[in-house]
Design a protein around this ligand. Structure first.
Ligand SMILES: Cc1ncc(COP(=O)(O)OP(=O)(O)O)c(N)n1
Ligand SMILES: Cc1ncsc1CCOP(=O)(O)O
Ligand SMILES: [Mg+2]
Length: 519
């Protein structure tokens, strides 16, 4: 069976079986452009055509399965004009829901694709009903018992009932002492991950600073008395542990558990210190909010690194600057190694821009490149782009995320190290770093230059792209400054041979990455 989890498909957790079947349909749809492809019929045909989790969940007698396969072996004509990309997006949105219902890992598999097809397409539903299969039956088969999916494991902890007046001073100190330790220990665990696992200088420093701040606040809380009140042997909490506490599958599980512990501990400190000093309580509250921000930046950091892994060549396109037109430039350059395309149009009406964006979206999708919309989160959302790029004067990351949601990539232009730090802290997925050299595409009076690239290289491993006047002649200097990724425009769009230029740039980036073992 080809149903092992795979993480490479549109950043979803999806089994390789489901991924392969969707790729197959996409190919069929691409070959069959003029027709209105019968996508649901093709999907079911593929699902029934092999042994997989869908057929396993169906669990049909051979004769019924044979009859269904027979039905789906005929030629179909579609009743609706589906665009593959949008069709797949809807299908996966529904499939993901079923995946969440069926396991805590929420890996989307062939059985979830089948159920979404039955949910979304009346004719699929009818055909299966004729063969005695109802969607509800399949849902019942895949759904975990409530106990396993909805349970809050913390509720299982047995704590001695606390009567009125039980929180006397020593008890209060014991609570504060336990929370303070939990908080500091958790912070060490997180710092270790960020420092040694992510190799992130800036975020490590932020964490360290926050740990010192919390320690400083604790110092004001007559901590010397706490230790004398400590009574570890009689602490009921030391012997109670939940199943989730004992199991940590990956370092990221360790990290996440620790981040939650820190937040809980800070909350506990905040609440119980109110009984002693309201100002100190407020400081714990501020530390908790600051930690939420750092948590988000850490999560974004490793997610973005995964999503942009091996994507090093980023092309900015403006139709009128493309010597061979927009479509040829985009398609040819992706074919030769461009991994990300940004539509950067400054003089279009919104309607024109959205139409163009939808086209670039299709071209990039067909060739597995990412598509980023410049400046406009609203249009990025409307055309289902992979991301949006923001300048220093555009919307903030937070405001853009309100429009594009948490899954879309948000990139930010930065021109000095403070802006780069701020962007990391704000949860940007990647940085544009420049301008490095004078550019044919945009006029500048000030240049951040190569030194800025070196500063960013020392500060973060969040994906960042050196930009501004980069071409084959100065690429060596850009690499020497520590860049592993570049964003370019004129050197490809205005080149006599954009394919050759893209190939050469991609090859040099690849060789550089091999040398430096950078992501
Ligand atoms: C990848 C990338 N980096 C930087 C920029 C520049 O963005 P911005 O400063 O907003 O300027 P405009 O491109 O909007 O003129 C970018 N677009 N892409
Ligand atoms: C939009 C932008 N922002 C900084 S440099 C630049 C233009 C990049 O294009 P080129 O590679 O042609 O200099
Ligand atoms: Mg901009």
């Amino acid at each position: 069976m080809n149903d092992e989890p795979s993480s490479n498909f549109s950043d979803r957790k999806m089994t390789s079986g489901a991924q392969r079947i969707l790729t197959q349909i996409r190919r069929r749809a691409a070959e069959n452009k003029e027709d209105r492809p019968p996508l649901y019929e093709w999907l079911v045909q593929e699902l029934l055509g092999e042994e997989n989790r869908a057929t396993e969940v169906l669990d049909l007698p051979t004769s019924t399965l044979g009859a269904l396969q027979n039905h789906y072996s005929s030629d179909f004509s579609a009743s609706e004009p589906f665009i593959f990309f949008e069709w797949q997006l809807t299908l996966l949105r529904h499939a993901d829901r079923y995946a969440i219902l069926s396991s805590v890992e929420a890996v989307t598999g062939t059985e979830h694709l089948l159920m979404s097809a039955m949910e979304l397409d009346a004719s699929t539903r009818e055909v299966f009903a004729e063969h005695g299969v109802q969607l509800e039956d399949l849902v019942e088969k895949i759904a975990l018992p409530d106990l396993e999916i909805g349970i809050d494991l913390e509720d299982e902890i047995q704590v001695k009932p606390a009567g009125a007046g039980v929180v006397d001073e020593p008890t209060l100190f014991r609570i504060l002492d336990a929370s303070a330790n939990r908080c500091r220990e958790g912070m060490r665990v997180v710092e270790d991950f960020v420092r040694f696992g992510l190799n992130e200088s800036f975020l490590s420093r932020e964490l360290k600073e926050l740990r010192h701040l919390v320690t400083e606040t604790l110092r004001h809380l007559s901590q010397e008395k706490w230790v004398t009140c400590r009574d570890t042997l009689n602490d009921v909490g030391t012997t109670t542990s939940t199943p989730s506490e004992a199991y940590r599958g990956t370092p990221v599980d360790v990290l996440r558990a620790s981040m939650k512990r820190i937040e809980e501990a800070l909350r506990s400190l905040e609440e119980y210190s109110k009984l002693i000093d309201a100002d100190l309580s407020q400081r714990f509250e501020q530390s908790r909010y600051r930690f939420y921000t750092i948590e988000k930046a850490i999560e974004t950091n490793f997610n973005s690194r995964e999503r942009l892994k091996n994507r090093r060549l980023y092309l900015l396109v403006t139709a009128e600057d493309c010597r061979y037109g927009l479509e040829t430039t985009v398609r040819d350059s992706i074919a030769k190694g461009v991994d990300i395309v940004q539509l950067r149009e400054k003089r279009r009406t919104d309607r024109e821009l959205l139409e163009m964006a939808k086209e670039v979206r299709e071209w990039t999708y067909e060739q597995d490149a990412l598509f980023i919309m410049n400046d406009r989160p609203d249009l990025a959302a409307a055309c289902h782009a992979d991301g949006v790029h923001l300048g220093q004067d555009d919307l903030s990351v937070g405001d853009a995320r309100k429009i594009v949601g948490s899954q879309m990539l948000v990139g930010i232009s930065t021109h000095n190290i403070e802006q780069a730090r701020e962007a990391i802290y704000a949860g940007a997925d990647y940085l544009g770093v420049g301008p490095t050299f004078p550019s044919q595409t945009k006029e500048f009076t000030d240049f951040a230059g190569l030194d800025f690239l070196s500063e960013v290289a020392a500060e973060t491993n969040l994906p960042w792209f050196a930009i501004g006047g980069i071409d084959l002649s100065n690429l060596g200097l850009v690499f020497e400054a520590g860049a592993a990724r570049i964003a370019v425009s004129a050197t490809i769009c205005a080149a006599p041979d954009p394919r050759g230029r893209a190939r050469e740039l991609a090859s040099r980036l690849f060789t550089n990455a091999e040398k430096n073992v950078k992501m």
